[in-house]
Design a protein around this ligand. Structure first.
Ligand SMILES: Nc1ncnc2c1ncn2[C@@H]1O[C@H](COP(=O)(O)OP(=O)(O)OP(=O)(O)O)[C@@H](O)[C@H]1O
Ligand SMILES: [Mg+2]
Length: 268
């Protein structure tokens, strides 16, 4: 057993295999050194709007003049591709080059699967390996922000990301429902244990009151950074491969407001 520092925390009596993870983390840090900020969009609960928030956040930041990358870290259900209306198949030759979509650099397992209805079925270790390969082999170049759209749950995919990537932190997405809040709190607690900060809570499909998000923020000791109202235009735009925040001023303002309240801790 070994004693190690991970995510700024001292871990006593860890399994020696942790040393591999620490080495991988160091390599990935060097590989992604051209990226100023790495922000995950996360919740353990499915369907709360993680992909919606990640996509609209990325394109709003890009519209504000930042250089932005969008990583679809939902390896087996790569929905970013669907939201962007992309059905492009590429050869998975290393190094991987993100595609430029309306000014945002995008990478997704969906880019390498020739049939968007074919199931992508991988066991846990393969998911972790794929995520590591994305981090180690993608040529992002210089970016101001890399936005990561995470899979739901608290196991393989989010866990690998938290272990391998030094992040500024997560934006947690919740909805007004109690079940979403409970799972968002669970997600924030998991991130905290792995040394990843929660940058703020967004209430999606909101009535504008943010009661659910306030409950989550209070439990985790962070702030509510915005609400996105329940709005049927989200489905209309994404069915058409359009980015809601680029098409609709009210939605755009919601994301500009979230960005204005997103405070990213200074690097030590
Ligand atoms: N504010 C909103 N108003 C109305 N519909 C929304 C809103 N946000 C998201 N949706 C819709 O809800 C559905 C789920 O959203 P999304 O795929 O972003 O959730 P998710 O958390 O990423 O799901 P998963 O856990 O499966 O990855 C989509 O059809 C999306 O268009
Ligand atoms: Mg999603």
């Amino acid at each position: 057993m070994v004693d190690v520092e991970i995510g700024g925390q001292h871990v006593h009596g860890a399994h020696p295999s942790i040393l591999n993870v620490i080495n991988q983390r160091k390599n990935i840090k060097e590989k992604l050194s051209g990226i100023k900020h790495r922000i995950g969009v996360y919740s353990a609960k499915g369907g709360v709007g993680k992909t919606t928030v990640a996509v609209n956040l990325a394109y709003t930041l890009s519209g504000m003049g930042y250089k932005v990358g969008l990583l679809d870290a939902d390896i087996d259900t790569p929905n970013v591709m669907i939201f962007l209306g992309l059905n492009k198949t590429m050869e998975a030759n290393y190094p991987l080059h993100p595609i430029d979509n309306r000014g945002v650099k995008v990478i997704s397992t969906g880019l390498y699967v020739d049939d968007d209805k074919r199931p992508i079925i991988w066991r846990g270790p393969m998911v972790g390996k794929m995520i590591r390969e994305f981090f180690e082999n993608t040529e992002w170049g210089e970016l101001d922000y890399l936005i990561l759209d995470l899979a739901p749950g608290t196991s393989d995919s989010p866990l690998s990301i938290m272990q391998l990537l030094e992040m500024d932190g997560f934006i947690l997405v919740t909805t007004p429902q109690r079940i979403a809040a409970t799972n968002a709190i669970r997600s924030g607690m998991m991130a905290k244990r792995l040394g990843v900060a929660t940058l703020g809570v967004v209430e999606n499909m909101s009535d504008g009151k943010a009661t659910g998000a306030e409950h989550v923020a209070k439990a985790l000791g962070c702030d509510v950074i915005g609400t996105v109202k329940l709005n049927k235009k989200f489905d209309e735009y994404s069915d058409a491969g359009e980015i809601p925040a680029l098409r609709d001023n009210e939605i755009k303002e919601e994301f500009i407001s979230i960005i204005s309240r997103l405070s990213i801790p200074k690097k030590q």
